[in-house]
Ligand binder design. Structure first.
Ligand code: GDP
Ligand code: MG
Length: 162
């Protein structure tokens, strides 16, 4: 997927839907990731006690990059509307285009892929997250310049004879 230079791209999807795999296709400096900052603060990406400090780091880097017109990918679940609203407000402040990248992946695929992640999220959490997944229409209404579907999951893992 190509982004107009200077875009703020917000990845939206449940745990295990392939967001970090998608982000890894771009230069690493483009990606802001709360998991990574929680890990840097506590040695544990899942330690929610470090979410406030991780969010502060993300906010600082987001403004630093958007001010310079650098393409930036936010790799978190972004399932809560208020999280997206805040990100959109920063992009609007710096007058940057925004792309929502929606990982509209079936729950059973997320469950299977989540099982292969370093940090396995409980099934109940995945279920709740999946119910929060916005539609493309919702994302357009929120004000994203562009809404794209991530097509990462069309490829199943290669099996015998494939
Ligand atoms: P995130 O939680 O949304 O960041 O998901 P990840 O990117 O960490 O992906 C979760 C797991 O699914 C990882 O083990 C990936 O290797 C795997 N995965 C990601 N994208 C795909 C895909 O398109 N196909 C398959 N088969 N596996 C994928
Ligand atoms: Mg991830």
């Amino acid at each position: 997927m190509r982004f107009e230079p200077g875009t703020l791209a917000v990845l939206i999807g449940v745990s295990g839907s392939g967001k970090s795999t998608f982000a890894a296709r771009y230069p690493s400096s483009w990606t802001l990731c709360l998991d990574a900052y929680r890990e840097m603060a506590t040695d544990c990406a899942a330690d929610q006690s470090a979410t406030p400090v991780a969010a502060e780091i993300q906010d600082l880097l987001l403004d630093a990059r958007l001010a310079r017109g650098l393409t930036t990918i936010v790799d978190s679940t972004a399932l809560m509307p208020h999280v997206r609203t805040k990100l959109l407000a920063r992009a609007r402040y710096w007058q940057r285009p925004t792309t929502a990248v929606l990982f509209d992946v079936p729950l059973d695929t997320c469950e299977a892929q989540n099982a292969s992640r370093a940090r396995v999220v409980p099934a109940r959490v995945l279920y709740d997250q999946h119910r929060q997944l916005p539609t493309t229409q919702q994302l357009r209404a929120e004000g994203f310049t562009e809404v794209r579907l991530a097509l990462a999951m069309v490829t199943a893992p290669a099996g015998p004879g494939r």
